[in-house]
Design a protein around this ligand. Structure first.
Ligand SMILES: [Zn+2]
Length: 80
């Protein structure tokens, strides 16, 4: 199953089958078929190679572009 399909399944399970965008109230979302990551901020210009990233899936409202990030481990898209 693709990242996109796993994300769709999770959103449907947790947010319902037709969730509304909190910005524009439309109901058309597109999950990205990629993972993204965040790292803890350590200060301006500080880059730590050993800081573990947190993986996220991103869904984007097709109407206004509002994007929501969901922890990919919690969404069961990737294993810890
Ligand atoms: Zn929207």
């Amino acid at each position: 199953m693709s990242i996109k399909e796993k994300t769709k399944r999770y959103i449907s399970k947790k947010w319902g089958s037709n969730p509304k965008c909190p910005m524009c109230n439309t109901t058309s979302w597109t999950p990205q078929d990629k993972l993204f990551q965040l790292r803890e901020y350590q200060g301006a210009g500080v880059i730590l190679d050993n800081a573990p990233p947190i993986p996220f899936v991103v869904i984007c409202c097709d109407h206004c572009g509002n994007s929501i990030m969901i922890n990919a481990v919690k969404a069961e898209v990737v294993k810890k």
